[in-house]
Design a protein around this ligand. Structure first.
Ligand SMILES: Nc1ncnc2c1ncn2[C@@H]1O[C@H](COP(=O)(O)OP(=O)(O)OP(=O)(O)O)[C@@H](O)[C@H]1O
Length: 347
């Protein structure tokens, strides 16, 4: 006869792949019986048509068959009662994510249109290529552009029960954006507190799973929303994006000071649209000015993490939902370099 505790311990090693928590934590183990090595398990699911049913079943069989004396495993599924579902969702509401081992990088710019979302999307790929599990939270709730840039405009995240959202996955990156939840044609007219609430929901009610990096694409500006985000996310690190233009740098510096006042560590500055290399003469032209990214980093006492040139391929790739890092060698080199710099600065 097998030890029941051992069976429960083995079952606790199996995760629900969507909710990223184990079967015991989710109260999914309804019944366990065992006779002469034949183990019968009854598991309760949120919905009977759960697409992860087969995966869960296989994982349970794999784990239980590892036990000494296990001869055969049968898994049956039943559906949770409404009461059980309610309890599951309310229990998991605040605790679904554990960011203990996640570096939260807030990417902000101060001035709008300097390329913060483009940089967020491309460095998510760079970090993923370096072997990290990465999520992107588009905190620019009203002015979202991540779905367009990452080519997921027509996708919708799955919602389980009342309050667990499964992020969209593209290129191995988990992504959530308001743009995938609303009708693109209609203007959004929410004010500060509602926007802050949506951000909190994105953070707590999206099932992010185990992430090494969560990138927050902040809205432009130095107002309420970036401030409330910095206050809500303990221990986030800030990356400031600017162009070499004085006006962009001045607003970026204000954002930097705001970060410092809220005790948010600034990891570094990325200068975007630094220069343009002429197709014909091959020379660098400093269209928006020169060196202000470096100046800003010095003023804030941090490093310049990289300089991204103004490239037609970057603009075209973003407009078409085709990430330029995946298509152009030169762009790949630049963003991979920034990804490596980020990692090195965290060491
Ligand atoms: N290095 C670059 N070279 C060419 N075009 C770029 C570059 N970086 C960004 N762009 C283009 O600039 C525009 C603005 O970029 P993006 O949307 O990323 O800026 P943002 O700072 O996130 O804007 P917002 O303030 O609206 O959030 C986009 O059309 C994008 O394709």
């Amino acid at each position: 006869m097998l030890d029941k505790n051992e069976i429960y311990k083995a079952l606790a090693k199996v995760n629900d792949p969507e909710l990223n928590r184990n079967l015991a934590e989710l109260n999914m183990i309804k019944e366990v019986t065992e006779e002469q090595g034949n183990i019968n398990v009854v598991l309760s699911l949120t919905v009977m048509g759960c697409p992860m049913k087969n995966k869960i079943e296989n994982d349970v069989v794999d784990e239980l068959m590892k036990l000494d004396g296990a001869k055969n495993v049968t898994v049956k599924f039943v559906e949770m009662t409404n009461e059980e579902k309610k309890k599951l969702f309310s229990d998991n509401k605040k605790t679904i994510n554990d960011f203990k081992n996640t570096v939260i990088l807030a990417i902000g710019s101060g001035k709008g249109g300097v390329g913060k979302s483009t940089i967020t999307a491309n460095i998510s790929i760079a970090l993923s290529r370096l072997g990290f599990k990465v999520g992107v939270l588009d905190a620019d709730i009203l002015g979202y552009s991540i779905p367009q840039i990452m080519g997921i405009k027509d996708q919708r995240p799955k919602v389980i029960g009342e309050n667990i959202i499964i992020p969209i996955e593209k290129f191995g990156i988990k992504i959530i954006s308001m743009g995938n939840l609303v009708d693109d044609e209609k203007p959004l007219i929410w004010r500060g507190p509602i926007l802050a609430g949506i951000f909190t929901q994105f953070l707590n009610e999206v099932s992010w799973g185990k992430l090494d990096f969560l990138l927050l694409d902040l809205p432009p500006g130095t107002g309420d929303i970036p401030l409330s985000i910095m206050q809500q996310v303990n221990d986030s690190k800030f990356i400031i994006v600017t162009t070499p233009q004085i006006t962009a740098k001045d607003v970026a510096r204000r954002l930097g000071y705001m970060a410092q006042r809220t005790n948010t560590k600034i990891l570094g500055v990325i200068e975007n649209m630094s220069y343009f290399v002429c197709d014909k003469c091959g020379e660098k032209h400093y269209i928006f000015g020169k060196g202000e990214g470096l100046n800003l980093s010095k003023e804030l006492g941090v490093d310049l993490l990289g300089e991204v040139p103004l490239l037609k391929e970057i603009r075209e790739g973003s407009d078409k939902g085709k990430l330029p890092i995946l298509k152009y060698k030169e762009v790949e080199r630049i963003y991979m370099n920034i990804g490596e710099n980020i990692v090195n600065h965290l060491k």
